[in-house]
Write a protein of this length. Structure first.
Length: 282
């Protein structure tokens, strides 16, 4: 079983890199088909299942799904260890079943696992919690699986740019650090150092509370109109955090997803009207 998981993660890494819509670390989606946008999942298996049901990819070959921040949260083992890696494995299986339709983008919790740093969630250091759970489940094979996980997470795209001028990423650089952001991170091969502060992959996944001035600046830099991000907690599942920014969360019972038609342009109001509560999905 452990070698099967290593093989799975390696195949997931290869599929992420080989995605036919990927250029560098950016996914370019053309004006064809549709897209299901989701927010942070953080180990919430039931919401992941609802996303898969709603997307119905076997019957919708022109539909895409974006996933993010799958690890850190959800079920625990008998000693309180985080089991969210199991959901990550299932997300990779989903990716392998639909390699050019399922797009998993990098989140800030991913960067901490990649570079073996600490990240707190609900008063718990999540990498320690997950590492201990993996040690208990996989024993001598745990280190090999952790390495394969890091390599897979590092292979993820950083963002998605849709032809209808909508941009999806886990976050954006904060106002304080935006001048340190190097746009070339979207074109070149990612390194572990890019995921450490103030590396540009770090900056693109950790920023919070963006001013409208920053949003306008990033919209011009990326040549887009509207941002749909995750990262920042949303008790009600979503919020409008600027005239051109929606934040989506998919990791609790008020979680949401946002389906869009890639052939259509949207106002921010039309995007908000399209938001679907995950609990409405059987």
């Amino acid at each position: 079983m452990p070698q099967t998981i290593v093989d799975l993660l390696n195949k997931g890494k290869q599929a992420a890199i080989a995605n036919r819509f990927r250029r560098g670390n950016l996914i370019h989606l053309p004006a064809e088909g549709s897209l299901i946008i989701t927010g942070d999942i953080h180990g919430h298996r039931r919401n992941f299942e609802r996303i898969v049901t709603f997307a119905d990819l076997p019957n919708n070959p022109g539909r895409h799904v974006v996933l993010q921040e799958i690890i850190h949260g959800g079920p625990q083992d008998s000693e309180g260890g985080c089991l969210s890696y199991r959901l990550l494995f299932d997300a990779v299986r989903y990716k392998l079943s639909f390699p050019d339709q399922v797009h998993i983008i990098m989140g800030n919790h991913d960067t901490t696992f990649i570079n073996s740093s600490q990240v707190m969630k609900n008063g718990k250091e999540m990498n320690r919690s997950m590492n201990l759970a993996m040690d208990r489940e996989f024993q001598q094979a745990a280190d090999d699986i952790k390495l394969a996980m890091r390599q897979f997470l590092l292979s993820q795209s950083l963002a998605i740019r849709c032809d209808n001028r909508i941009w999806l990423s886990h976050s954006l650089p904060s106002d304080l650090y935006v001048d340190k952001f190097d746009q070339q991170i979207l074109q070149r091969q990612l390194e572990i150092e890019d995921c450490k502060k103030p590396g540009s992959a770090y900056l693109l996944t950790w920023g919070r509370r963006h001013s409208q001035t920053l949003l306008d600046k990033m919209a011009k830099l990326f040549d887009v109109d509207t941002f749909v991000l995750g990262h920042q907690p949303q008790e009600q599942g979503w919020s409008q955090a600027g005239k051109n920014l929606i934040i989506i969360a998919s990791n609790h019972n008020h979680g949401c997803l946002l389906p869009i038609n890639l052939t259509e342009s949207y106002t921010i109001e039309q995007l908000i009207d399209s938001i679907v509560p995950l609990t409405s999905i059987a």
